[in-house]
Design a protein around this ligand. Sequence first.
Ligand SMILES: NC(=O)C1=CN([C@@H]2O[C@H](COP(=O)(O)OP(=O)(O)OC[C@H]3O[C@@H](n4cnc5c(N)ncnc54)[C@H](OP(=O)(O)O)[C@@H]3O)[C@@H](O)[C@H]2O)C=CC1
Ligand SMILES: O=C1CO[C@H](CO)[C@@H](O)[C@@H]1O
Length: 369
Amino acid sequence: MSDRECRWGILGAAEIARKNWKAIWNTGNSRLVAVASRSTDRAAAYIADCQRQAAFEPVPQACGSYEELLGRDDIDAVYVPLPTGVRKEWVIRAAESGRHVLCEKPCAPIAADLRDMIDACRSNGVQFMDGVMYMHSGRMPRMREVLDDGESVGEIKRITTQFSFRAPDEFFTANIRASADLEPLGCLGDLGWYTLRFVLWTMGWQNPTRVHGRLLSSVQPEDASTPVPTEFSGELFFDGGVSASFYCSFLTEHQQWAHVSGTKGFLQVSDFVLPNCGGEVSFDVGNATYSMHGCDFVMQPGRRTITIPEFSNSFADAQESNLFRTFADLVLSGKPDPFWADIALQTQLVMDACLASSQQDGAAVAIGE
Ligand SMILES: NC(=O)C1=CN([C@@H]2O[C@H](COP(=O)(O)OP(=O)(O)OC[C@H]3O[C@@H](n4cnc5c(N)ncnc54)[C@H](OP(=O)(O)O)[C@@H]3O)[C@@H](O)[C@H]2O)C=CC1
Ligand SMILES: O=C1CO[C@H](CO)[C@@H](O)[C@@H]1O
């Protein structure tokens, strides 16, 4: 392995890997060596297309199968944006071939699969991390400071969050996100993963004692035995009296917000997954006051916006570039950090419990081990 740069391979000419092509290009500690597709022509066309926007030198190689890429001896880490339903085999094969694995979310259809994937990474001494970009934004440590300062929010009581977009009709027959085989968790996996991660992060990785889930709508392709969630909501309850709710949907137009309410105020972020375009990211804190002066009842919002200089996307300091740079630093350090696998598994276990609850008419479900 080179000690100066992490050499990447991408498994699958996925749409999201275009964004992450540029993220790798922007890291300063990585180089993209090869892209594998089930079709060599598709890999070659994809490479030519991406090279026009962010050119690697030497030009990344096109591989006609994932196996071919894993057979190369010049790749340290693989980025795996394959559909969730087919990802497990390739994550395990990558780990067994000694490659560090950056795995897209939702990591697996069920926690048992993810556990196998993580075990393969651990036993082969390679890093595992999921592709949640916002975990790598400078906004997160700044929000943590505010949540922990004792004054802005005070004691946390309630967390609410939503991630949704309105999918066009053709999405439900053509997109992997509506396929029972490829993305069996539908919107719960695609969008709910982010909302659950935000709740767990806010709670300092404390597990809820019980959760409730509701499948609000679904599609069921003819050949599928289970419905694919297209709209899902859930409630989480924690020791200490904190509660949380989340909503994710393919039916409701773009929203991606989180709101943390406490005894002294609130923190609100309106674009926590995909930051609004620009050179800074932000969040709001509110400490409203309400006073009564005779006949005048006055509400003051006490709202302030906290901004962090950081590009929303596509630049060297954008969250996706930070994700790949951080991962590459771990690879180059030779010391895998188990934290990232732990929070992926925790997210998956909470998601499993929400889904299980929805299959029992919203009954309380505890988080599995
Ligand atoms: N972290 C993030 O910000 C984001 C994460 N994602 C996640 O990444 C994953 C991929 O999403 P997206 O890029 O939109 O998906 P795409 O449909 O664009 O890409 C998936 C790729 O998987 C490969 N593939 C392998 N087997 C199959 C199969 N049986 N059917 C279809 N494709 C297959 C294909 O590559 P080939 O044909 O070249 O082999 C295909 O290009 C999803 O799980 C999604 O949740 C998506 C967007 C953002
Ligand atoms: O992870 C992702 C980021 O957001 C998209 C929605 O805008 C998702 O569909 C995607 O899979």
